[in-house]
Write a protein that binds this ligand. Structure first.
Ligand SMILES: Nc1nc2c(ncn2[C@@H]2O[C@H](COP(=O)(O)OP(=O)(O)OP(=O)(O)O)[C@@H](O)[C@H]2O)c(=O)[nH]1
Ligand SMILES: [Mg+2]
Length: 383
């Protein structure tokens, strides 16, 4: 049974999550319901999504969680009632976040828990930071993966670094924009899978069967082609996709779910080609689910999405990136020996920051002056 669009909600959490969901909202306005959640009032005001929820304004003064997931987490807990209210009468919630910062990393498990409390099934799309962002961000992300897998019915991870092959000449903005588009494609495929009746149906029970094989973590890849050779081309893209490690993921996967979207002109020959090639590559023991969806907008087009259940392993870092080397150098002042690292005071241990009971913070021009200036402005203090 396909689910009514109104019972599906796509929620972006933190800067990256808000951006991706806002883009999705702008490109597919007739799509499912959307909402954005952040500690950062600027990220919210820049979004065209009507449901914008600011969390943790007491903690953060509307300025973001400063890269601290504990602040992101506490912000969501402080406003848990508001989050719970968002999920009334929702069947499936798809939560999207970029891991590595404070809000997306820390608040997403709470958002998922609130959706579950209201009886919704939860899918989480999360990205792991690029290595060029520095080791700290990857570590923050990796520490959260297990928790996210527990809080969601299905966790779909996208490792940004797998994209570098596609985008090696791109600047940073273009690299993130490419990741946005990939995540949007993945979300749309999952949404159509559960919301559109297909000729060969896939439903949430199939998605869950895939997850049961994955200890909660899946990866995805897709191919999208037009023209008379669209079947061949779409499956070629899947087998070559860096997202699926050029087919290696298909060999390793314990379960695979293949969704094919096409127009009313979809040919059996094309479906056959796609399924045959993917099955050839997959392990003989892998559980296999497939479905087809017809949509009038897909005339002369075929989109194939593969969701693969995996044992998640942290991608290897290919050496230290320049930004990181620079950071180490500036800390050591060019000298050998012990390197001192500037730490951040963990405000989450002092949620009221010494305020008198019932008093608000000192907020001026949207800035919480109780938070030290260097911390608010993200300034690293030199030695
Ligand atoms: N796809 C995509 N990813 C982004 C973008 N901006 C940041 N990211 C990724 O998301 C991670 C988290 O960044 P943000 O979402 O900005 O952080 P946040 O959750 O708002 O956390 P705080 O700002 O600390 O409150 C980064 O480390 C990047 O890997 C973006 O525009 N698009
Ligand atoms: Mg932010």
């Amino acid at each position: 049974m396909a689910l009514n669009d109104n019972r599906i909600m796509i929620v972006g959490v933190g800067g990256a999550g808000c951006k991706i969901v806002s883009k999705l909202h702008d490109t597919v306005p007739s799509g499912p319901r959307t909402a954005v959640i952040s500690t950062d009032s600027k990220a919210l005001s820049g979004s065209s999504v009507p449901a914008r929820i600011q969390i943790g304004s007491v903690q953060t003064g509307g300025l973001g969680a400063g890269g601290n997931p504990e602040i992101g987490n506490q912000s969501a807990l402080d406003d848990a009632e508001m989050l719970r209210g968002l999920f009334s009468d929702v069947g499936i919630v798809i939560v999207v976040a970029g891991l590595g910062g404070g809000t997306g990393t820390g608040a997403t498990p709470v958002v998922l828990d609130m959706a579950r409390e209201r009886g919704a099934l939860t899918i989480c799309f999360a990205t792991r930071p690029f290595n060029f962002e520095g080791h700290h961000r990857s570590k923050v992300a990796d520490e959260q993966i297990e928790k996210l897998a527990k809080s969601s019915d299905m966790l779909i991870m996208l490792s940004n670094d797998l994209m570098l092959e596609f985008i090696s000449e791109a600047n940073m903005g273009e690299a993130f924009a490419k990741v946005d588009d990939i995540v949007i494609n993945g979300i749309c495929a999952v949404w159509m899978m559960v919301a559109r009746p297909g000729l060969i149906n896939l439903d949430f029970a199939d998605l869950q069967r895939v997850v049961q094989n994955s200890e909660g973590v899946c990866v995805f890849g897709y191919g999208d082609a037009r023209g008379s050779e669209r079947g061949k081309e779409a499956v070629r893209q899947i087998l070559d996709s860096p997202l699926l490690e050029k087919g290696k993921t298909l060999e390793k996967a314990k379960a695979l779910l293949v969704s094919i979207i096409g127009g009313h002109d979809m040919l059996i020959r094309d479906v056959d080609e796609v399924i045959k090639k993917i099955r050839e590559k997959a392990s003989a023991d892998a559980e296999f689910f497939m479905g087809t969806i017809m949509d009038e907008d897909w005339k002369d087009r075929l989109t194939v999405t593969v969701i693969a259940a995996m044992e998640w392993s942290i991608p290897e870092e290919k050496g230290k990136e320049p930004s990181e080397r620079k950071e180490v150098k500036s800390q050591s002042g060019g000298r050998k020996g012990k390197q001192n690292k500037q730490g951040n005071l963990d405000f989450s241990a002092f949620p009221d920051k010494g305020r008198f009971k019932g008093m608000g913070g000192t907020i001026m021009n949207g800035e919480d002056l109780d938070i030290p200036t260097y911390y608010r402005k993200g300034i690293e203090i030199g030695k």
